[in-house]
Ligand binder design. Structure first.
Ligand code: UDP
Length: 482
């Protein structure tokens, strides 16, 4: 590169994106990273060494990002030995310990970027995962502007911002034996929320509960960032976004990100790619090709949910008894370890062979977009919810933890995009809901999801709000580097 080229490179803004080490965070954060690269901005993507290794081993993400010379991965240690299983069950323990290890390492990394003369501007903006608020402190300390990126829903975020109101109203802690009691103290949700719909970490005996306090602190702390990014769109969460703006005036809604990226790549030959931490089993696509239009229900509980074997079998009976075809993702680590022994009854195995297909990990976005898919039994993770909306696939929600409880309430009660089965693992209910979703109430749900999918597409298309907000974000990042 000639002298002028070097000088020009040194003018380019440089964003450090720090993602929490879980699939549901890495996916949208890498999409955001690519969108920022497309605007010609340099990106350093930080995630734990362990996660980076899995990502590079199981996806084609490295070759994809090779197209962007200003992009590079920079791993950070999580302080755990390499052979630690870091399984879904341990995510909260991991979360508690991670900040202490990573905070000084991040500081060191940012300082060394300043010292290093590698032809790049030192980091001019930090985009920190909403779960990693310590990164905002480090950025602040070093005088670098920081933005927080929430990978979960805005309704979940808002519920955490209203914890004081809930406690004051005597609605938290609540009686675990009366989960249908109404919750009336969250502005914007007064008329439809029950105790069971609050984020799972609200199911506490005492507000001093360790996990509850951790997530509460993370949420409240992340509001100290200069701005918040949400992977959502105004037509989906408009009323709650208005409430949230009362406490966080600067919000960029830029979702659904996976579709937004596809739109921005349109006109180039680049296809979106996998960012999976597990090897995708593409054989299910061939199986889907052989199934009739909208005849298959797709089942996946995301990357972290674990179930006991009893629950799994109850669910399996409901699914097989519905008589519907199904494609089911069962991760090797999704059944709690103490329950792995024992026989699966032959009627279930036969029912699966006849009408079902099972994989350990699927190319989910592709699966949902396949014409054979007619419904989605989901744990209501936020990415899965958005992916289902974009692909016009109505849902049955079986939430497990985190924001899933509140997301599933919105899916059924506010958006009418499917059915909420939370707190139920009964084969008869499962069978009935599958039939309702796929046949009895199909038209009703298709009508609402088609409408919502249109709104989503409009939001990320040129002139749409998410599209304009991303442009605004890019401009603001450029201004920060002057
Ligand atoms: N996913 C996938 N293949 C699977 C299951 C899930 O690619 O077999 C992806 C899915 O498309 C989504 C992410 O993993 O982008 C899961 O994120 P989500 O927020 O739905 O749930 P989490 O795993 O964080 O609970």
């Amino acid at each position: 590169m000639d002298h002028q080229g070097v000088v020009a490179e040194l003018e380019v803004p440089h964003v450090l994106i720090f993602s929490f080490a879980a699939q549901g965070h890495v996916n949208p954060m890498l999409k955001l990273a690519e969108l920022i690269c497309l605007a010609g901005i340099h990106v350093t993507f930080v995630v734990t060494e362990h996660t980076q290794r899995r990502l590079l081993r199981n996806s084609n993400v490295q070759s994809r990002f090779d197209r962007y010379p200003g992009f590079h991965f920079e791993p950070i240690s999580d302080g755990l030995p390499e052979d630690d299983p870091r399984s879904g069950q341990k995510v909260m323990d991991f979360f508690h310990a991670f900040g202490a290890t990573a905070k000084p390492l991040l500081r060191e990394m940012l300082v060394s970027h300043r010292r290093r003369l590698n032809g790049k501007k030192p980091v001019t903006c930090v985009i920190a995962d909403g779960f990693l608020s310590f990164a905002i402190d480090v950025a602040e300390e070093l005088g670098i502007p920081a933005i927080s990126f929430r990978t979960s829903s805005t309704c979940n975020f808002w519920a955490y911002l209203c914890v004081d109101k809930l406690v004051e109203a005597g609605e938290l802690p609540f009686d675990e034996n009366n989960l249908d009691a109404p919750i009336t103290s969250i502005p914007g949700m007064e008329h439809f929320l029950r105790c069971r719909d609050l984020p799972s970490f609200f199911r506490i005996k005492d507000v001093a509960d360790r996990d509850f306090q951790l997530i509460l602190n993370e949420t409240q702390h992340s509001t100290r960032a200069q701005a918040q990014i949400f992977n959502t769109f105004e037509e989906l969460e408009g009323p709650i976004l208005s409430q949230t703006r009362s406490q966080c005036p600067k919000i960029y809604t830029i979702g659904p990100l996976h579709d937004h990226l596809k739109i921005r790549l349109n006109g180039t030959t680049i296809q979106t790619s996998s960012t999976s931490l597990w090897k995708e089993d593409a054989s299910c696509m061939k199986w889907l090709d052989a199934q009739p239009f909208r005849s298959v229900i797709y089942v996946s509980f995301g990357s972290l949910t674990m179930v006991t074997k009893d629950k799994l079998i109850e669910f399996w009976y409901g699914l097989v008894n519905s008589g519907k075809r199904f494609l089911w993702v069962i991760r090797p680590d999704s059944v709690t370890s103490e329950d792995r022994e024992g026989q699966i009854s032959s009627e279930l195995v036969e029912g699966t062979k006849e009408r079902g297909y099972m994989v350990a990990w699927a190319p989910q976005e592709e699966v949902l977009a396949h014409q054979a898919i007619g419904g989605f039994i989901t744990h209501s993770g936020w990415n899965s919810t958005l992916e289902s909306i974009v692909s016009r696939v109505p849902m049955i929600c079986l939430p497990s933890f985190g924001d899933q409880q509140i997301n599933s309430r919105y899916v059924e009660e506010i958006w009418n995009l499917g059915l909420d089965m939370k707190d139920t693992w009964d084969r008869l209910i499962i069978e009935k809901m599958v039939k309702d979703l796929m046949d009895v109430r199909r038209e009703e749900f298709m009508k609402s999801i088609n409408q919502m999918a249109k709104f989503a597409k409009k939001a990320v298309s040129e002139g749409g709000l998410s599209y304009c907000n991303l442009d605004r974000l890019i401009e603001d990042i450029k201004l920060m580097s002057i």
